[in-house]
Design a protein around this ligand. Structure first.
Ligand code: AMP
Ligand code: TRP
Length: 341
């Protein structure tokens, strides 16, 4: 099998670790919907509940609730479960099966270089779970169990996607096959790295202790307006060209967010708004954020009123996902020499 023979297939995942931020929306979800709607790809989107317990075990009821909420979030944002496959990771055993093989392909040295592990573990690495360390091999399995060719993600996942390619290449090379594709990262748009509203050097994250640092998909209009009004900036007006944002991380972040929400380029935004003070720009950004995000959170709440329907959607998605992954993992086992029927 050569690479040209691979179906154009998109796979991506989000952890049900509670709440979605504007960063998740602009860096990931919005692109997921666009790739579904563009056509030309088979799109598979996964709620990665096995990843969600790597940093710490969640209370079981919380994990279940987060999973259903994230499913509602995908649908509210525009994922159509009849056109995309939408499911939760734990229900398709092939992810864990392939992850084991990849644990034996990936080298310790490769894993030790993962900056996300180093950031998350900090000085306390000895107390982290083995799962947190092995997480990028599971992520490679998520992708390669489907022979996915394209993976839309935010900038922070770039290194994990390079590792996925390294794992695929080493597997192919060690077994003398061309079985796994070289997956392309899709890191596109004006907001592939949305920064904290309080600190332009830190990524906006659902785990930041300060709620003022992020916009949650569930924030109402008042909360969004207040967070943007209080967002850290500098005293200068907006420049009229992108170059003028180079040394201004907080200003750049707000302009990137505006551009992504409005489906404009940064240059277009600055051509229109260059020279404005933040006292003018911030209310416009707040209005835009409310207009784009509040329909999603309203729809999410509506969907959450019928959890049985959500469970039904997830079960249907898992069945379709399994149909794609099972033959690929079965073939992997054969390549490795595992005897079976
Ligand atoms: P996570 O919530 O860590 O599972 O991330 C899910 C997806 O959202 C991944 O594709 C991330 O790259 C993306 N993402 C998370 N935070 C941000 C951010 N601040 N800016 C852009 N993308 C993000
Ligand atoms: N590691 C990703 C994150 O934290 C989530 C993820 C897990 C993922 N498996 C994936 C993303 C496969 C893309 C493809 O954001």
């Amino acid at each position: 099998m050569t690479e040209a023979a691979f179906t154009q297939r998109v796979f991506s995942g989000i952890q049900p670790s509670g709440g979605l931020t504007l960063g998740n929306y602009l860096g990931a979800l919005k692109r997921f919907v666009e790739m579904q709607d563009e056509g030309g790809y088979e799109t598979i989107y996964c709620i990665v509940d096995m990843h969600a317990i790597t940093a710490k075990l969640l209370d079981p009821a919380t994990l279940a609730q987060n999973t259903r909420e994230l499913c509602a979030g995908f649908i509210a944002a525009g994922i159509d479960p009849s056109r995309s496959i939408l499911f939760n990771q734990s229900q398709v055993a092939e992810h864990a099966q392939l992850a084991w093989i990849f644990n034996c392909i990936a080298r310790l040295g490769w894993m030790q270089r993962m900056t996300q592990f180093k950031d998350k573990a900090g000085k306390n690495a000895q107390n982290e779970s083995l799962g947190l360390f092995a997480y990028p091999a599971l992520m490679a399995a998520d992708i390669l169990a489907y022979h996915a060719t394209h993976v839309p993600v935010g900038e922070d996942q770039k290194q994990h996607l390079e590792l996925t390619r390294d794992i695929a290449a080493k597997f192919n090379n060690d077994y003398g096959v061309e079985f796994f594709p070289m997956t392309e990262p899709v890191i596109e748009g004006a907001a592939t790295r949305v920064m904290s509203l309080r600190d332009g050097s830190k990524k906006m994250s659902k785990s930041d202790p300060s709620d003022m640092s992020r916009i949650n998909l569930t924030d109402d209009a008042d909360a969004i307006a207040q967070k943007i009004r209080k967002a850290r900036t500098d005293p200068e007006p907006l420049p009229s060209e992108a170059k003028g944002l180079e040394e201004r991380p907080e200003a750049r972040n707000l302009v990137n967010i505006y551009a992504a929400l409005a489906d404009m380029s940064v240059d277009q935004v600055l051509a229109e708004m260059g020279g404005q003070q933040f006292s003018e720009f911030k209310p416009r950004l707040a209005d835009l954020a409310v207009a784009r995000m509040s329909p999603i959170s309203t729809e999410m709440s509506r969907l959450m009123e019928d959890p049985a329907e959500i469970d039904r959607i997830l079960a249907g998605g898992a069945e379709r996902a399994r149909a794609v992954a099972a033959p690929i993992v079965k073939r992997t086992y054969e390549i490795v020499g595992m005897v079976g029927s």
